[in-house]
Design a protein around this ligand. Structure first.
Ligand code: ZN
Length: 94
């Protein structure tokens, strides 16, 4: 009986260990995702692999692939030239 209980405890420890590792990895992934979503575009310090939001269409895209435009002294970044042109046009109308 003692051996059975010992094996049972070993099993519980094993499952717990696996679960802890899985949770740890999942939390790390979530933290990375939150960081990239929260990072707002800071001027010109272009870090590759950062996700930024297109002010025109709201899409998240890589900072390194951004289309730049300076409007009224502020730098804007867009996912494509189409969005930049549309944004400029709306600005001109307003
Ligand atoms: Zn866009």
């Amino acid at each position: 009986m003692v051996i059975v209980r010992l094996l049972l405890w070993l099993l519980i420890f094993y499952v717990f260990f696996r679960l802890a590792r899985f949770v740890g990895r999942t939390l790390a992934t979530i933290r990375v995702l939150n960081q990239s979503a929260r990072s707002t575009p800071t001027r010109s310090s272009a870090g590759d692999g950062h996700l930024i939001k297109d002010p025109q269409c709201g899409t998240y895209f890589l900072e390194s692939e951004a289309v730049h435009a300076v409007i009224d002294g502020r730098e804007y970044r867009f996912c494509c030239e189409k969005c930049r042109d549309a944004f400029l046009q709306e600005r001109r109308k307003a």
